[in-house]
Design a protein around this ligand. Structure first.
Ligand code: GGG
Length: 353
């Protein structure tokens, strides 16, 4: 297969983890006789430095003319503590999702057998956990009108959802559940929020078309607690933008590190693959960033193009690396530390052998 992949490494540890994913994809291309072409562009703080905007026109054009996008991470501390900053790295990612219509962010969460004792949660609670989170990505409070009063003492962010925005991701979530354990949990705050009540109404209607899928609802505060108390009850979690962002970071504790959590963002036409983690600036260029989330995002990219054997090869290599403690310090505290690129080298070698 021939694939043109736009690569947006971004900021902080983004470039170093993305390098490892590219290394692994190149190994897959060689072993399985594919042709992957990588074209790199700026996004985030690095794009602001180079072009004055977080998503330059040429980056967007490149993404729109590629088969898929491999994204690293964005964010820079100099913007975090500056409330007056007019441009921010994160705007690049949000604009990219909106412009390309990437409305569903799929975040698989699983407990790795070899890391069961790494999680602060008890082994019997997390053993066997396998959740797929469907986070709505182009609506809600992230994209509603934002206002700050003239005196700077009042601010608002509008949370808005349309029926159509809810419907399209709901169908994806139910289709996913049909191929999994047949359950969708809608996470909302319908006792308080009007948008959540619309979500419940629309999801309940759509659920009738999927009689083989069980559906339940949880308020987000309860869902946050259930994720720690009894995560095995979840199969597919369907939720809006902000709740999905928070719940999935919480769920990463089950796997043992957010450095293991990959994601796919899909729309009607485009697809982007990125680690769930951010730019982790403190770790930049120290060789301590975990590349597995980025490498597993590459596996999701392959699955998107139905290259299942290739993706499976990456997953087996990742499992093996974890089993042998070929891991970065976030999950390897009791063993010798392995650098970001050494983890990538191990997975690359495994694929070649
Ligand atoms: N790789 C994910 C990343 O860079 N996240 C940084 C961020 O600001 N994300 C906002 C969001 O996911 O909503």
């Amino acid at each position: 297969m021939k694939l043109e992949i736009a690569v947006l490494p971004g900021d902080g540890i983004g470039p170093e983890v993305t390098d490892q994913a590219i290394k692994v994809l190149k190994a897959i291309a060689l072993e399985f006789d594919h042709m992957f072409k990588f074209r790199i562009a700026d996004v985030g703080a690095v794009a602001i430095d180079n072009y004055g905007v977080p998503l330059p026109e040429q980056t967007l054009t490149l993404c729109a003319s590629s088969d898929a996008i491999l994204f690293g991470a964005i964010g820079h501390p100099k913007y975090d503590n500056d409330p007056s900053a007019k441009v921010r790295p994160e705007q690049g990612l949000l604009k990219l999702r909106k412009e390309l219509g990437l409305f569903a962010n799929i975040r698989p969460v699983k407990a790795y057998d070899t890391l069961l004792d790494k999680s602060p949660l008890k082994r019997h609670i997390i053993e066997g956990v396998d959740i797929s989170i469907y986070r709505e990505l182009t609506g809600g409070i992230y994209f509603g009108k934002k206002e700050l009063s003239g005196d700077g003492n009042m601010a608002s962010d509008l949370c808005q959802y349309s029926r159509e925005e809810i419907e399209r991701i709901t169908h994806l979530a139910f289709e996913a559940a049909q191929n999994r354990r047949g359950k969708v949990t809608l996470v909302d705050k319908a006792n308080v929020l009007e948008t959540s009540r619309l979500w419940r109404k629309v999801v309940t209607e759509i659920a009738k078309q999927y009689s083989d899928v069980e559906m339940d609802f949880l308020f987000v505060d309860n869902a946050a607690m259930q994720m720690i108390l009894n995560p095995k009850q979840f199969d597919v979690i369907l939720t809006e933008n902000l709740f999905g962002d928070i719940i999935s970071d919480e769920a990463s504790v089950i796997g043992g590190s957010i450095g293991l959590l990959a994601s796919a963002s899909v729309g009607k036409k485009y697809a982007m693959f990125e680690p769930v983690h951010g730019s982790f600036p403190q770790a930049k260029n120290k060789g301590i960033a975990n590349p597995i989330a980025s490498i597993l995002s590459a596996a999701l990219l392959l699955e998107h193009f139905e290259l299942f054997n290739e993706a499976q090869m990456i997953r087996i290599a990742v499992d093996k690396s974890l089993k042998l403690h070929i891991s970065t310090p976030d999950i390897n505290a009791n063993y010798d530390t392995i650098s970001t690129s050494k983890v990538g080298d191990f997975i690359e070698d495994f694929i070649h052998n």
